[in-house]
Design a protein around this ligand. Structure first.
Ligand code: ADP
Length: 282
């Protein structure tokens, strides 16, 4: 019989994030994330979802606490463990981060950079890399667009390409940061359906931040509700009562509003393969 521990993919122990301006966006947070689950981080804008998600791949470095991954002893604090973790962890961004003037195929191939050495990233792509990328594009239903410029695609299609780029990395863990926030509800639902089905088919562990309660109820195995950088709910969608839901979105003080700051993480798309490699892999 498998122990509860062997089912765990990831664990956070008192992970805390205080930004350089002194704002604590994530209070000490501990979570055990099950292998193969579809976990939704739910909360209003500014609740700390993105900060929590990014602390898992070290795009935001925790100021305290530890992130541990199954199979990597000692957490992801050493460079070696972090690189190993990032190899198996892919990310889907709200703003896609596609390079508009490049083809869909070229964009999807970027997902392969994390498995290449820095020098190898200067070499042309192999046939097998291209076939992998085409298979991923086919999987998101856009094979006929493989040679199209990314900026000729609709928002929903671009996010499907963002998913294909994550898939070529052959991840075990998929992080998605508000993947449908900029899409209309119908397109958002179809993109989330695709993402959810792929994660289940491939038995990926998924952590997806969302602000739409209806989507969280529809797709999550587990919902972690955040407010002001604290976990205020952790349970199955059926346990998310109207009362808890209201408390997640209630604005009672200025502290509930997102603050303005110079964003460090949602910058321009990547200027070079090396930058892309740093940013795309988790
Ligand atoms: P969410 O993803 O739920 O919208 P975030 O994690 O993006 O929330 O932000 C949580 C809080 O931290 C917000 O008040 C936000 O303004 C602030 N914040 C986010 N990033 C930074 C940063 N780089 N520097 C300072 N404050 C930040």
């Amino acid at each position: 019989m498998k122990s509860a521990l062997s089912d765990s993919h990831l664990s956070l122990r008192n992970v805390t994030v205080t930004y350089p301006d002194g704002h604590t966006a994530l209070e000490p947070t501990s979570l055990e994330v099950k292998q193969g689950g579809f976990l939704v981080l739910l909360g209003a804008s500014g609740a700390g979802k993105s900060t929590l998600l990014r602390s898992i791949n070290d795009l935001v470095r925790p100021t305290a606490g530890q992130v541990s991954v199954a199979g990597l002893s000692g957490g992801i604090v050493t460079r070696r463990n972090l690189l190993e973790h990032r190899r198996h962890c892919a990310m889907v961004f709200q703003q896609h981060h596609l390079i508009g003037r490049q083809s869909v195929l070229a964009n999807v191939l970027m997902g392969k950079l994390s498995s290449r050495g820095s020098l190898a990233s200067l070499w042309p792509w192999s046939k097998s890399d291209k076939l992998d990328a085409l298979a991923a594009i086919d999987r998101v239903g856009l094979l006929d667009k493989a040679m199209a410029r990314a900026d000729t695609l609709s928002g929903g299609q671009q996010q499907r390409i963002g998913i294909a780029r994550a898939l070529v990395q052959k991840p075990r863990l998929l992080l998605a940061d508000e993947p449908v926030a900029s899409l209309d509800p119908a397109t958002g639902q179809s993109v989330l359906t695709l993402l959810h089905d792929i994660c289940k088919d491939d038995q990926l562990t998924a952590i997806v931040s969302l602000h739409q309660v209806n989507f969280a109820r529809m797709f999550a195995d587990r919902i972690v509700g955040l407010r002001q950088g604290r976990v205020v709910f952790d349970g199955a969608p059926a346990q998310l009562t109207e009362e808890v839901q209201a408390s997640l979105y209630a604005r009672s003080s200025p502290a509930d509003s997102p603050r303005s700051f110079e964003p460090a993480h949602e910058g321009s798309p990547f200027g070079s393969p090396v930058q892309a490699k740093e940013s795309l892999s988790c």
